[in-house]
Write a protein that binds this ligand. Structure first.
Ligand code: OGA
Ligand code: MN
Length: 280
């Protein structure tokens, strides 16, 4: 169906996401195989590379093909591989990490270009992750609202209460010394992707506080409209994991929402983020 010669690419929904088969990323990739994977990543924004067997070292080697691994500020990584952060919900816990719609760490001056999450242990059912396409979120606004938003800058902070709550269990087991309310970054509300040149809506309910130059109260009505617009079901896909799935999302033009519907079961992922540009 597609132009791919080496990998098999199966779209997950009409808006975003594709499953990738016929690929072993624990081994070095040939140039043209890498090129196909990168094409699929830029086209589908979320790629789920199925049936992998990865160690932290091979996950990091694969990640380095796409960028420079970063350190997550608020939870410690593995002792031998600090850029690999275990994302775990224990059987007895009820809060899941990042459990609301968000774009990763948009409170940083240079937020990650993307995140790679590798599934190591999963509940027997549940624990899917939803993704939404922020190019489409922008494109489906009226010309009037697009023009207004183009002028605006958003203030993103690490200390919004609802998202802090979703970090609490992991910070109990592996805290860093970073103050959870200490990060703040101003980014354009509409950003342009450095590779595709396309515009996307770059605000999210977890981290965006207000529009620069306006109060929180003044910003709230328009932000709330956009927060519900940008996650409309027709802009999304839902990823069902299997042990051995590595999902790589483009954090510049997507958001995600990990579903918390598997109490009583353990789920463990290994997470690597890649350093991105300052949004423009
Ligand atoms: C993350 C995150 C999603 C999940 O690691 O950034 O939001 O499905 N996790 O666990
Ligand atoms: Mn996340």
């Amino acid at each position: 169906m597609e132009k791919y010669k080496h990998i098999i690419v199966q779209p997950i929904s009409g808006s975003i996401g594709a499953d990738i088969y016929n690929l072993d990323i624990s081994q070095p990739l040939e140039k043209d195989v890498f090129k196909e994977l990168e094409d699929a990543f830029l086209k589908y924004l979320v790629i789920c590379i199925r049936d992998q067997k990865l160690e932290p070292s091979s996950q990091l080697n694969f990640a380095k093909l796409f960028g420079e691994p970063m350190i997550y500020p608020f939870v410690k990584g593995l002792p031998e591989y600090p850029q690999v952060t275990p994302v775990v919900k224990e059987k007895t816990e009820t809060i899941n990490f990042g459990g609301l719609w968000h774009s990763d760490t948009s409170y940083e001056k240079t937020p990650p270009l993307g995140t790679m999450l590798y599934a190591r242990e999963l509940p027997p059912y549940g624990g899917d992750t939803e993704f939404a396409n922020m190019y489409l979120a922008y494109e489906t606004l009226s010309t009037g609202l697009k023009n207004l938003l183009e002028e605006l800058v958003a203030v993103n902070i690490s200390g919004k209460g609802r998202v802090q709550n979703t970090r609490a269990p992991m910070r109990n087991s592996a805290p860093t010394d970073k103050d959870e309310a200490s990060f703040l970054a101003e980014h354009p509300v509409v950003r342009t992707h450095p590779k595709t040149g396309k515009k996307s809506l770059y605000i999210n309910t977890a981290h965006t506080s207000h529009f620069k130059g306006m109060s929180v109260e003044e910003s709230e009505p328009l932000l709330n409209y956009l927060f519900q617009h940008q996650i409309k079901p027709e802009l999304t896909c839902r990823v069902k994991w299997s042990v051995g799935t590595l999902t790589f999302w483009d954090n510049r033009c997507t958001q995600h929402n990990p579903l918390n519907d598997y109490h009583g079961f353990r789920r463990e992922m290994h997470r690597v983020t890649l350093k991105g540009d300052a949004p423009r």
